[in-house]
Write a protein that binds this ligand. Structure first.
Ligand SMILES: Nc1nc2c(ncn2[C@@H]2O[C@H](COP(=O)(O)OP(=O)(O)OP(=O)(O)O)[C@@H](O)[C@H]2O)c(=O)[nH]1
Ligand SMILES: [Mg+2]
Length: 691
């Protein structure tokens, strides 16, 4: 969050805006790389419209969460969203994109439009977001607006400056509108280029010919075409803005008010009934049935759970019952730890209009608007709120998969007591964090987006819940297996006094191919082991294999054959034979007969071509096997991206999100999938056993 004052319940704010129709709403999200100036711009835009609102201190405080402010700008209600630029927090960026109908893409005029910037641009393109580009930092000595415009065109597509900065003594003192302002000779080239782009975008097909023939084109007609092209997302205006001097702020707000699309233009997400069937009447219309989606969840120590929702259809009313449903697993394709499917009817608590940390009460929120809902106990991020009579499910946006595991341990017994509850709250708030309790390794594992996310989560555990934890290396799930055939005997014979125990079994143990699991074969002849105790031997063997023999990891890929045994008419029992089988296996286990298996993952890595060599050699260092490479498609007009398919031991991936980011200069991403277990090289065993 930025430096804007935290002022819950402050009384100097104007009342919550209350738009009468969806056409009066603009939902705008600020997107861009870290440090570009999104938060500074957010504060400058708010300060320009909210009397008495001051901007922050000018320090760069990395934004980690989605922040919203709702205020009146001209005749519209502007719901402005600030997002994090740092990749670990892409979850909140995607939530912001979901809540908005258009984006302002912020880049620094003093930096290159590099690959990581184009990845962020792709985040917007992937969801079809109309965009304007704002160029900041133009007061810096190495800034160059014209060069930035060229770079934008190369990377973003049809982007043109609509305004030009006026610089005086290194400060941005104003901006000139290329279509509307008093341009001079230095603007001629940019102005002509803009007009050409707009004409090309125009619905009036004859306009280009008339323009090329020298006819002067009416500015109003051009502006109308420009607005249409922006709203359609086919043309991207570039504006210089200085959050420091305020130059360009009015021009940007004017564009948002007049040229940015309202929520009725924005395509609705897929909405179905909870059973997946079609559902009619869903529209950006306040009179239709309610469909809304939770885009962010926080817990306030005083008011409980607070859900920021985007209303897609109908009207949300204070105190009304709503249906809350979450079916994340259905959409992700597997159960999502900590987010089981749920359907509940709940009552909407107080409604509010967001303003950073201050909330202003309101009675309703219509289709197209954003609102804060208090006290929904089951609602989580990406859940759907709908009318109780007509439950609906909105297909969630693409949630990023957390790839960095970190094992945490409570510092003291009292920390341990509080840890479970605190983690449960964090999981409910943060869909990019997953929790896993590994009994096999006795570890609580958090799956996260990166080191900054880990630091943020550990900080929250301490600051919000008073729980101190330390991070420890994450351990993968190893397996044991037999590599050599052997024959052993298990004897469980106790016949001193009272009821004795008697069971003897001879078994052969053989390795099986990878992935074969466990097989049990009975080859007893002549009733040496009575029929009823054969299953006891199998059960005893199975239980012991699950517990492991050398390291506490389960044994797999083994055939156990019962060949012979002895029983006693009184002292033999089910339990005695189970014990004998376990003893036989323990007898068989030693370093010469057994080996460890480690999990291997299939990994698909997408990177910018220039880092392909570096990524490949890094993979070799991780005992990875590259299966092939292919050009990545759908990565934007520039091209130049490759997908590498590889198989890599899981243990070598435990810090991969961090390392890949560094070897690929922020361009790499990957997905992984467990494949199989394979022999662990002896020299690695010591590291992985964590002892
Ligand atoms: N000189 C100069 N500094 C600027 C300008 N715009 C923003 N800044 C400063 O740049 C720094 C980073 O700005 P922020 O607004 O915090 O950056 P951000 O895009 O929100 O960054 P993240 O939250 O990390 O994604 C702050 O110190 C701002 O005051 C500008 O036009 N000129
Ligand atoms: Mg910020």
């Amino acid at each position: 969050m930025g430096a804007m004052a935290k002022t819950p319940g402050r009384s100097d704010l104007p009342a919550a805006p209350n738009p009468a129709s969806p056409q009066d709403i603009r939902n705008v999200v600020l997107v861009g790389p870290g440090g570009a100036g999104k938060t500074a711009l957010f504060e400058a835009l708010v300060a320009a419209r909210v009397p008495g609102q001051r901007t922050g201190t000018g320090e760069h405080v990395r934004t980690t969460t989605l922040t919203a402010a709702s205020f009146t700008s001209g005749t519209v209600t502007l719901n402005l969203l600030d997002t994090p630029g740092y990749p670990d927090f892409v979850g909140d960026l995607r939530a912001g994109l979901r809540a908005a109908d258009a984006a302002v893409f912020v880049v620094s005029g003093a930096d290159d439009i590099d690959r990581p910037v184009s990845l962020l641009w792709r985040e917007c393109a992937a969801v079809g977001m109309p965009r304007a580009v704002v160029v900041t930092h133009l007061d810096q000595p190495r800034a160059d607006f014209a060069a930035t415009v060229q770079m934008c065109r190369r990377t973003f597509g049809d982007a043109r400056a609509t305004h030009w900065p006026v610089l005086d003594a290194g400060s941005v003192t104003g901006v000139v509108g290329l279509l509307t302002g008093e341009t001079s000779e230095e603007h001629e080239e940019a102005r002509a280029a803009l007009i050409e782009s707009v004409i090309e975008e125009s619905e009036d097909a004859g306009l280009l010919d008339r323009y090329l023939e020298g006819e002067s084109i009416d500015t109003e007609a051009l502006l109308a075409d420009l607005r249409t092209a922006i709203a359609q997302g086919t043309f991207f205006p570039i504006l210089p803005v200085s959050p420091l001097t305020g130059a360009g702020v009015e021009e940007l707000l004017g564009m948002v008010e007049r040229a940015f699309p309202d929520p009725t233009v924005h395509p609705l997400p897929t909405v179905t009934s909870p059973a997946g069937g079609a559902i009619g009447g869903v529209a950006c219309d306040p009179s239709q049935p309610l469909v809304a989606e939770v885009v962010r969840t926080t817990t306030d120590p005083y008011v409980g759970r607070l859900s920021l929702v985007r209303v897609f259809s109908g009207t949300l009313r204070v105190d009304e019952p709503v249906h809350v449903s979450g079916h994340l697993g259905d959409f992700v394709g597997h159960e999502v730890a900590g987010h089981p499917a749920h359907d509940d009817d709940e009552r909407v608590g107080p409604l509010a209009s967001p303003f950073v940390d201050a909330h202003r009460p309101r009675g309703t929120a219509i289709a197209g608007d954003l609102a804060l809902v208090s006290k929904l106990t089951r609602a989580e991020t990406s859940d759907t709120l709908s009318s109780v009579e007509r439950p609906a499910v909105v297909a969630p946006w693409l949630l990023p998969e957390p790839q960095l595991p970190v094992a945490i341990r409570a510092a003291t017994k009292s920390d341990d007591d509080k840890l479970g509850g605190a983690l449960q709250r964090l999981v409910a708030e943060d869909v990019t964090m997953r929790m896993e309790h590994s009994t096999e390794n006795d570890q609580v594992v958090l799956w996260t987006m990166g080191q900054a996310h880990v630091d943020d989560l550990i900080g929250q555990l301490a600051d919000r819940y008073g729980v101190t934890v330390t991070a420890e290396p994450y351990r993968t799930s190893l397996r044991e297996t037999f590599v050599r055939r052997c024959s052993v005997q298990g004897r469980h014979v106790k016949q001193s006094g009272g009821h004795g125990q008697y069971a003897v079994c001879s078994i052969d143990i053989e390795p099986l191919p990878r992935g074969a699991g466990f097989e049990f074969v009975d080859k007893v002849v002549g009733g040496a082991v009575p029929r009823q105790f054969i299953p006891s031997v199998e059960k005893g063997a199975r239980l012991q294999l699950e517990k492991g023999l050398l390291t506490g990891h389960p044994v797999v890929d083994v055939r156990v054959t019962l060949t012979d045994g002895k029983a006693h008419s009184v002292d033999s029992s089910d339990v005695a034979f189970q014990t004998a089988a376990a003893l036989a296996l323990k007898e068989a286990a030693n370093a010469s007969t057994m080996a460890l298996l480690e999990p291997i993952d299939r990994v698909d890595i997408t990177i910018a071509d220039e880092y392909l060599g570096a990524v490949m050699s890094d993979l070799r260092g991780r005992r990875g096997q590259v299966l092939g490479t292919e050009p990545a498609d759908g990565m934007g007009p520039e091209g130049g991206w490759t997908v590498v398919h590889a198989e890599v031991p899981s243990a070598e991936l435990s810090r991969y999100p961090i390392d890949l980011r560094s070897v690929s200069h922020g361009t790499g991403s990957f997905v992984r999938e467990p494949l199989r277990h394979d022999l662990l090289p002896a020299d690695k065993a010591k590291d992985l056993l964590g002892s």
